[in-house]
Design a protein. Sequence first.
Length: 140
Amino acid sequence: MQVRAFTLADTEAVVRLWHDCELTRPWNDPYKDIARKLSVSPDLFWVGCAPNGEIIASIMVGYDGHRGWINYLAVHPAHQRQGHARQLVQRAEQALSELGCPKLNLQVRAGNEAVISFYESLGYADDRTLSLGKRLIPDL
């Protein structure tokens, strides 16, 4: 898989990928999430492409000067278990390390044991924290 920066022309393929991976939720507009990411550190939004150019993976990485974050890590179901997600996470870790980021956080929905196991295999552990959220701008 070749990894490259996201471009606007990738939008439909990435949204379709997120739907195929069941990452989208009714309260999050994926098009707005893409637009928001492109306004802040767009260089940390990557897609993974198969040899034929098809987008088969994505990752959004963030850094606020204190912690790094991973969002929208997705690998198309037909291309999972081939090391693509690991490749994207390693790239995120390297990029954040180069920015001086001391710690990387991510959120996994409760009950998603397969994804939790994947991250644990990469050395991630439960920080024993509770994630709270408050929507400031409704997408709907």
